[in-house]
Design a protein around this ligand. Structure first.
Ligand SMILES: NC(=O)c1ccc[n+]([C@@H]2O[C@H](COP(=O)([O-])OP(=O)(O)OC[C@H]3O[C@@H](n4cnc5c(N)ncnc54)[C@H](OP(=O)(O)O)[C@@H]3O)[C@@H](O)[C@H]2O)c1
Length: 258
């Protein structure tokens, strides 16, 4: 299999690369800090960079069997106070990065190919002070679901994978904005500390990557997979209880005290 993965230099992506390589697949990593021979330096938030990476991939592979849109990062802070350039940047990477890769990969994909988009549980549940990350991942999930419909007759499968919190460099790399005003008081700092405090209860990379590796290997992909028991349970609850109840739960647990 010829596989292209974005962000295979760290965390989830790196663990997936190791698994596919062990299986004997050909894998190319697109990331900004690639070192080894199986990677192409690429900033997925820049379409020119993505275009030139795929031109190289076309020469190396000819065709692509699986595209895994994994690269991404988080951002936290009060939506009102995050500088507009930062708000655009997260969409450039998390959403447009996936879109650019899809548009450049599709001409190299045939019937039987797969597009796997690593979204997030944050696409399913609204979280205060992580609004922009939630919104960028919701956009990824909707891109994934709608694209699945467009490509169904071409027999190219598309799926979104929504993991809960995984122990990677994600927390360290999250862009944290602590700017506040009298409206929010200490809530931003408290909410951010609350997320970081739970680092030890996060899923291990091994657990999450094994689940995702097995999903990608399935003959028939469902449109969406949620990784992590408690996130599956909350999703189930969100189908039964009104949105206002679910928002109360996520707002109370993640909203930080003033
Ligand atoms: N960890 C979690 O709790 C969690 C939960 C749900 C979903 N996710 C999603 O899972 C995916 C992987 O995250 P992770 O947890 O493995 O985080 P990570 O350890 O921080 O890895 C992020 C990866 O994305 C790459 N990347 C970031 N910006 C990039 C850019 N502009 N161009 C190319 N590559 C870029 C990084 O590579 P370079 O720095 O080399 O470019 C790195 O390989 C992300 O989409 C994240 O949103 C994570």
């Amino acid at each position: 299999m010829n596989i292209v993965i974005t962000g295979g230099t760290s965390g989830l992506g790196k663990a997936l690369v190791e698994k596919f390589e062990k299986k004997g697949d050909n894998i190319i990593i697109l990331a900004r800090s690639v070192e080894s021979g199986n990677g192409i330096k690429c900033d997925i938030g820049n379409n020119e960079s993505v275009k030139s990476a795929f031109a190289e991939i076309a020469k190396i592979f000819g065709n692509i069997d699986i595209l895994i849109n994994n690269a991404g990062y988080g951002i936290s802070g009060a939506t009102e106070l995050i500088p507009v350039e930062e708000t655009k940047k997260i969409f450039d990477v998390n959403f447009f990065g996936a879109l650019y890769c899809i548009q450049n990969a599709l001409p190299l994909m045939k019937s039987g190919a797969k597009i796997v988009n690593i979204s997030s549980a944050c696409a399913l549940f609204a979280l205060p002070f992580r609004t922009l990350y939630c919104a960028s991942k919701s956009a990824v999930s909707m891109l994934s679901n709608s694209l699945r419909l467009e490509l169904s007759t071409a027999k190219i499968q598309v799926c979104a994978i929504c993991p809960g919190e995984i122990k990677t460099n994600f927390t360290k790399n999250r862009v944290k904005h602590f700017a506040t005003n009298e409206r929010y008081g200490k809530r931003i700092e408290n909410a951010t500390n609350h997320i970081d405090k739970h680092e030890d209860s996060r899923m291990s990379v091994e657990f999450a990557s094994t689940k995702i590796f097995n999903i990608i290997g399935k003959k028939k992909l469902r449109p969406q997979y949620i990784i992590g028991g408690k996130y599956k349970a909350l999703y189930f609850a969100s189908k039964i209880f009104p949105l206002s109840c679910i928002l109360k739960v996520t707002g109370k647990t993640m909203g930080g005290k003033k």
